[in-house]
Design a protein around this ligand. Structure first.
Ligand SMILES: [Zn+2]
Length: 141
């Protein structure tokens, strides 16, 4: 539940299932909420990301970093420098779906493109990944 009230400061308080946003001006609500999402996402995604990245050391690769971004059409990406970006909207997805996106991007550290070898590695690291991909696609609609 979201409760918004006017106050003397901009702050956010979360207890039980109530998220209380106190703000000086009502137009600050969105900014405050995004900051909160971003903070939650960075804790949660790092938690899932680090052990998975550790596993890929086995292939002699390591990501250069992890970023959280707002993306319209993709759940994740991996740039040429090896920085993996995750869509902040994944905060609404289940752990296994978030892990699927992370594993998919980590596989790109080994194989740049969606080749047969890429999908073989993905299936090896995450058997049954198709199911989680489908679940995520439904979430986008
Ligand atoms: Zn890909």
């Amino acid at each position: 539940m979201l409760r918004v009230k006017e106050g003397s400061a901009n702050r956010l308080h979360y207890q039980g299932n109530v998220l209380e946003v106190e703000c000086r001006r009502s137009k600050d609500v969105e900014t405050l909420l995004w900051a909160w999402y971003r903070q939650r996402a960075s804790i949660k995604f790092s938690d899932y990301f680090l052990p998975l990245a550790e596993r890929f050391k086995h292939y002699g690769v390591a990501p250069a970093g992890m970023e959280i971004k707002e993306m319209k059409t993709r759940w994740g990406s991996c740039d040429n420098a090896g920085v993996i970006s995750l869509n902040i909207r994944l905060i609404c997805a289940s752990r296994i779906c978030i892990e699927y996106v992370i594993v998919h991007e980590l596989c790109h550290l080994v194989h740049r493109n969606h080749t047969k070898a890429f999908y073989e590695l993905l299936s090896q690291e995450m058997p049954g990944w198709e199911k989680w991909k489908m679940k995520l696609e439904r979430l986008l609609l």
